[in-house]
Write a protein that binds this ligand. Structure first.
Ligand code: NAD
Ligand code: LMR
Length: 330
């Protein structure tokens, strides 16, 4: 049996937390041979609810779940954590943009970043889910002295999955047939879903998505639906996406550790290294290739149309503005 991987989850008693913890404990995130220890963080007011979640986890008797620790102190919850899934943050309400959360949620990530750098495992891997996730990840990463900057990521996997789901529906295919869709930029309405390399029916043998579904649909309904899906869910459900967000967070960590299967790459928001002219100093969604367990590299050399490039830069500009708005937290 492998040594257990310690997975810290913040906001563990929230909506996403409730959908996230059970599949992790069942082995869906790190594989069927990989034990886990869950280290769960909540606010003091939610510790009773978290105790209930911990009871339910115990009651599942998951063979891979080798421990559950709960705390309201990040210095305790993050101790020795190999993977940190930072979900704990306020969701937006109908009528708000994700960026409107920055004043409420940004400060959470200063203390979070400090605690990670102080007590997490040396090479800890971090995914930020709490919105606005790119800029919250930037705030946490600004505290990194010991943990490598590249290990701070934010989640745009849900946007990628939304894009694949839309294409599958339109093409009359199943989502698993849709390969190599990805998203550039911010997890906001400015994101840029990119299907220029996407295929239906398998990498290398499939048909180009652009040949199967119409260009008008791709540029119109598809693009808008993907970019604004979060708001549509809040309007319909009265609450923001939870199960799909949890699934995307699991997929983000799964692929970072275990690879992307028969997709060549996957969307992750990572610290920009200047690729494609995206300024350094922001956390931006790129297509990344997983080259070894816990190692990603930004896919290089993709041909980007002028129109896509202009939108990519606009999303980068938005992230620069968000960074400006939290300058006091960096
Ligand atoms: P929720 O309100 O149901 O749960 C959030 C939980 O976080 C609560 O239990 C709360 O007590 C806890 N919390 C708040 N501050 C905390 C702190 N400082 N430390 C620890 N825990 C804290 O919200 P939710 O629906 O689970 O959503 C959580 C966040 O995820 C929101 O910001 C939401 O917008 C975001 N989200 C992001 C994506 C994405 O694609 N990146 C998708 C869906 C939701
Ligand atoms: C989503 O994309 O569903 C989440 O980021 C929640 C939101 O506020 O849109």
């Amino acid at each position: 049996m492998n040594k257990p991987i310690r997975v810290a989850v913040t906001g563990a008693a929230g909506q996403i937390g409730y959908s996230l913890l059970f599949p992790i404990a069942a082995g869906e995130m790190l594989g069927p041979d990989q034990p886990v220890i869950l280290q769960l963080l909540e606010l003091p007011a939610a510790m009773d609810a978290l105790a209930g979640v911990a009871m339910e986890l115990e009651d599942c008797a998951f063979p891979l779940l080798h421990g559950i620790e709960v705390s309201d102190d990040p210095m305790v919850a993050f101790k020795g954590a190999d993977v940190l899934m930072l979900v704990g943050a306020r969701p937006r309400t109908a009528g708000q943009d994700r960026a409107d959360l920055i004043k409420a949620n940004g400060p959470i990530f200063t203390g979070t970043g400090e605690a990670i750098d102080a007590v997490a495992a040396d090479n800890a891997k971090i995914v930020v889910v709490g919105n606005p996730c790119n800029t919250n990840a930037l705030i946490a990463s600004s505290r990194a002295k010991r943990i490598p900057l590249a290990n701070y990521t934010a989640m745009t996997r849900l946007d990628q999955s939304r894009a694949a789901g839309q294409i599958a529906n339109k093409a009359g295919a199943t989502p698993g047939d849709v390969k190599n869709v990805f998203v550039w930029g911010n997890h906001s309405d400015s994101m840029v879903p990119d299907v220029s390399l996407a295929t239906i029916g398998g990498v290398g043998k499939g048909r180009a998505v652009t040949d199967v579904v119409g260009a008008d649909w791709l540029a119109g309904d598809f693009d808008k639906t993907v970019r604004t899906r979060g708001k549509a869910i809040i309007t319909a459900r009265g609450k923001s996406s939870a199960a799909s967000a949890a699934h995307a967070a699991i997929s983000h960590i799964h692929d970072w550790f275990l690879g992307t299967g028969d997709n060549d790459f996957v969307s992750m928001a990572v610290p920009s290294d200047g690729s494609y002219g995206i300024p350094k100093g922001i956390i931006y969604s790129f297509p990344v290739r997983i080259t070894a367990p816990w190692k990603y590299e930004i896919v290089q050399g993709l041909k980007v149309s002028d129109a896509t490039k202009a939108r990519m830069m606009a999303s980068a500009e938005e992230l620069l503005s968000e960074r400006e708005a939290v300058q006091d937290l960096l």
